[in-house]
Design a protein around this ligand. Structure first.
Ligand SMILES: Cc1cc2nc3c(=O)[nH]c(=O)nc-3n(C[C@H](O)[C@H](O)[C@H](O)COP(=O)(O)OP(=O)(O)OC[C@H]3O[C@@H](n4cnc5c(N)ncnc54)[C@H](O)[C@@H]3O)c2cc1C
Length: 567
């Protein structure tokens, strides 16, 4: 089933739901007119449909592998990378001084999402590179920026991020990789990193690793970590890839899915690296890359949801089973329930993702602290809800296919296997939820409260047109506000953490209701109003149970001790 890029959906969301006109109205992004947006989305969509989507099965059937220590990528991936690079899609939001297009993150996020739908395992390569570009733009010295950014933005070189070690997963501060200063201002990096996505490839002239390591005088924990740029090949005097650095891919992981993306165990043996940011300031620098990647991974979930939905819909329109008006399964009530749920959640998660990107763009364009707080608040929600919707939609997509969903040829199972990791990497979804109720509520819940005020004001204004839907959204927002206030009043963090995951999900449900209501207002009597009615009537009420769960506190969670869990 060929992929069809949902360009009109983005255009509708930009215009009527997430307020992209505010971004285009800033001096920084004034070039992002509706015509330019349309041209970019159409062009990128075409590349995704024609070049990337046909590679999806290749990655699954012919995984990346090591051949005598040399990494070989899946058939067609080199050409796919070239098409992405030549289209300028890697450096879309990159600084024009270094060859980037300087476009809003909202556009990059949409293009990334389309690429994820078309071929997730290949898309992870430009995504990692984009994160590195942003980290270098913000934190690297001018010399490093001048040397590396043009090559990363053009796709001549690729970038990776190296945090994880066997004993340091979610607990990044437990890492043991070492950095020792050399006499010439560089550093010798030694250690092992695991699970490094696209740790190598056979289609770029260099692979640049951003590596977290500890200097000899670095304090234990996250405070003592520094960030280093460690290229596979050391640049020569002309800035070209020169002699090999002291690092290698030791092995590749055998995974449940995402086979086209090589997940590498990397060994650094006194490899030459350059400091990025300040000594011991590695986490702050890496957070730039991680926040970029979190939004990107949320988009991966939404993209896969789109791909899985399109597959399931096409199957339901063809499969004949039982007596229905059309003769196909699409007219069975339960199949309708599945498809409409998929479509409604896809819309909600995409709107949340783009609203987060709009906040990031507004922060970039205005430097306004409220926009920065909005972006920070929405990032864990966009990552978590986007990936949950990706997994749930892919899972439902398998169900719509019946037995054929379990048979690999249809591709339904691949979506499910590939997308599963998105809830795990870039900080597990549990860690994201903890971030929401802890760091993102350090302002006493002010940023959340401001957003809830806006949602309620919007619902108030919608009452005249859609009284029932507006009331439901208003009530849900009020309940979310009460739970937010309860959470913020908890000084024992475990009380907050115990309910973090259901709280985040309820927040996403309410945001989804808000965005569906906006869509209904812009499409009265149309399909978007009907979809909004489905979501607000049948899916938004989920927030009630979630918020009750969120306020139940920690004691019940720990009531069963470890022995009783094992009994
Ligand atoms: C395919 C793939 C690609 C990856 N790519 C990269 C990459 O490019 N670069 C990179 O650096 N890493 C990468 N990772 C690593 C990934 O980011 C980690 O797997 C992830 O952060 C979780 O760490 P962990 O696997 O050690 O799990 P653990 O940290 O051991 O977590 C196990 C469970 O415990 C929970 N948990 C842990 N700590 C807490 C806590 N404090 N509070 C509550 N719950 C907690 C987790 O949520 C999880 O459910 C990749 C992983 C995979 C599988």
């Amino acid at each position: 089933m060929p992929y069809r890029a949902p360009v009109q959906d983005y255009e509708f969301l930009f215009r009527h739901v997430v307020g992209f006109d505010r971004v285009a109205g800033t001096g920084r992004f004034e070039e992002a007119s509706p015509d330019l947006v349309s041209a970019i989305l159409t062009e990128a969509g075409k590349m995704c449909e024609e070049v990337m989507a046909p590679l999806q099965r290749n990655g699954d059937l012919h995984p990346a592998h090591l051949e005598n220590g040399v990494l070989r990528t899946s058939p067609g991936f080199a050409e796919g990378w070239r098409a992405i690079a030549e289209g300028g899609w890697i450096g879309m939001s990159g600084n024009p001084e270094y060859g980037g297009m300087g476009l809003p993150m909202t556009l990059t996020t949409s293009v990334n999402e389309m690429m994820s739908a078309a071929c997730l395992s290949l898309q992870l390569a430009p995504l990692m590179t984009q994160g590195q570009i942003e980290a270098l733009e913000h934190h690297a010295s001018a010399a490093l920026r001048d040397l590396y950014l043009p090559k990363l933005i053009s796709g001549e070189w690729a970038g990776t991020m190296n945090l994880t070690e066997p004993q340091a997963g979610s607990d990044v501060g437990a890492l043991s990789s070492k950095a020792v200063p050399n006499d010439d201002g560089t550093y010798a990096i030694t250690g092992q990193k695991i699970y490094i996505s696209w740790g190598d490839n056979d289609f770029t002239g260099n692979v640049c690793h951003l590596v977290l390591a500890r200097l000899p005088d670095g304090a234990p924990g996250t405070k003592g970590i520094s960030l280093f740029l460690v290229p596979k090949y050391l640049p020569d005097d002309a800035g070209n890839a020169g002699v090999a650095n002291s690092l290698k891919v030791v092995s590749l992981e055998h995974k449940m899915g995402l086979h086209g993306s090589p997940t590498c165990v990397m060994q650094y043996d006194g490899a030459t690296g350059w400091l990025v940011g300040k000594e011991h300031g590695g986490m702050a620098a890496m957070f730039t890359m991680m926040n970029n990647a979190r939004l990107g991974v949320g988009g991966q979930g939404v993209g896969v949801a789109e791909g899985a939905y399109q597959h399931a819909l096409a199957y339901a329109l063809e499969r004949k089973q039982g007596k229905t008006p059309s003769g196909t399964i699409i007219d069975h009530a339960d199949v309708r329930r599945m498809l409409t749920t998929m479509k409604a959640d896809l819309f909600a998660s995409r709107a949340i993702l783009l609203a987060c990107a709009v906040a990031i763009d507004m922060q970039t364009a205005t430097g306004d602290a409220d926009w920065a707080a909005r972006a920070a608040l929405l990032t864990p929600i966009a990552k978590t809800f986007g990936t949950e919707v990706g997994i749930e939609t892919a899972q439902t997509g398998v169900q719509v296919h019946g037995g054929m969903g379990f048979i690999e040829e249809t591709g339904a199972a691949q979506f499910y296997r590939d997308v599963r990791v998105t809830a795990i990497y870039e900080g597990t979804n549990g860690i994201q939820a903890m971030d929401l109720v802890a760091r993102k509520m350090m302002d006493g819940g002010e940023a959340a409260s401001r957003l809830l005020d806006e949602i309620e004001a919007h619902a108030e204004a919608a009452r005249a047109t859609f009284p029932e839907m507006a009331e439901a959204v208003w009530q849900a927002t009020e309940s979310l506000r009460e739970t937010t206030e309860w959470l913020v009043s908890q000084t024992d963090m475990n009380e907050r953490f115990a309910g973090a995951v259901p709280y985040l999900r309820a927040f996403a449900r309410v945001l989804g209701g808000h965005f569906h209501l906006a869509a209904a207002l812009a499409d009265r009597g149309g399909a978007r109003e009907k979809l909004a009615r489905f979501y607000i009537t049948r899916m938004l009420p989920e927030h009630v149970g979630l918020l009750e769960h969120a306020q139940s506190g920690a004691s019940g969670l720990f009531a069963l001790d470890a022995d009783e869990l094992s009994a």
